[in-house]
Design a protein around this ligand. Structure first.
Ligand SMILES: [Ca+2]
Ligand SMILES: [Ca+2]
Ligand SMILES: [Ca+2]
Length: 289
């Protein structure tokens, strides 16, 4: 979608109760919304063309779910209009608004056809917008791609084999950069794995050595150093501050889970805790990372 809204086709649908789906399209030419409004108010006659699209009916002898019916209607409308049917939804508009708010000029890399992703991962619009916020902090270039160095900077990681593996996991097409879609799908995939919440609990309990229900800075340092050896104190501190959501100097269970839901890929830092635990050998915890 480009910067301005074109009203070449305004498609409307309504149900001819109780079953048949009627649709029509109003053609007003390729014209920007502001220009159209101006012209409409400045002339006595306004012309438009209304075309009724084919009526879509449910099968006579079998039941059909509302979602399936809507899908079939969408396909019929797209084919009557001779346009490609996409999976953009209102969530894409929320992403576009966020990208615009952040001063991005090219929105297309951030419109990821959310209907498909939401169907796969049951991701809410606000979760997707939160992931976009993280991604935009990684300084994407004009085509919406993020480099490894910017990725590890925002996640407060240092260069290590683990960080490289996380980046490679996201970079599905292996071109050395990540797009928002790659980042979103990888994050949602990890966060929505059935074992994710259980993995968070195990990681928290294993890191909380003195069992006072908080992870102190030294406990955190001990735990993360097992994943990334030779971490400097300042690097441990930076990562600790990201997990300490309320900034009270210790990581509570809520802090820990909130941080990992915002940055699901960081669960990889606690992978060593899962190896000794028989979390669920059948499904394989390695799958999480
Ligand atoms: Ca890529
Ligand atoms: Ca503790
Ligand atoms: Ca805290």
């Amino acid at each position: 979608m480009e910067g301005s809204l074109f009203l070449s086709n305004l498609v409307h649908s309504f149900l001819d109760t109780p079953y048949n789906q009627w649709s029509f399209v109003i053609r007003m030419g390729h014209i920007a919304l502001a220009t159209l409004m101006y012209r409409m108010f400045m002339q006595f006659h306004n012309f438009m063309e209304v075309e009724y699209l084919p009526v879509v009916s449910p099968p006579q002898h079998q039941k059909e779910s509302a979602a399936r019916f809507a899908e079939r209607t969408g396909r019929a409308m797209a084919s009557a209009l001779n346009v490609v049917q996409t999976y953009h939804s209102f969530a894409d508009y929320a992403l576009l608004s966020k990208a615009a708010e952040a001063g991005q000029e090219n929105f297309s890399p951030f419109m990821v056809e959310m209907a498909k992703i939401q169907k796969l991962y049951h991701l809410s619009s606000s979760e997707a917008v939160d992931f976009l916020e993280r991604f935009l902090a990684m300084n994407p270039d004009s085509s919406g791609c993020v480099k490894y160095q910017d990725f590890i900077r925002v996640l407060r990681l240092k260069h290590s084999r683990l960080s490289e593996n996380i980046f490679r996991f996201i970079d599905v097409n292996k071109n050395g950069t990540i797009t928002f879609k790659e980042f979103l799908v990888a994050s949602a995939h990890v966060m929505k794995l059935p074992l994710f919440r259980q993995a968070c609990d195990v990681a928290f309990n294993e890191s909380d050595e003195d069992k006072d229900h908080y992870i102190s800075l030294s406990e955190f340092g001990g735990s993360t150093s097992l994943a990334i050896p030779s971490l400097a104190m300042s690097e441990i501190q930076a990562l600790f501050e990201m997990f300490d959501i309320d900034g009270d100097g210790r990581i509570s269970g809520d802090d820990f889970v909130t941080c990992l839901r915002r940055n699901p890929l960081l669960i990889a830092h606690f992978n060593h805790h899962f190896i000794s635990k028989d979390l669920d050998a059948e499904t394989g915890l390695e799958e999480i990372v």
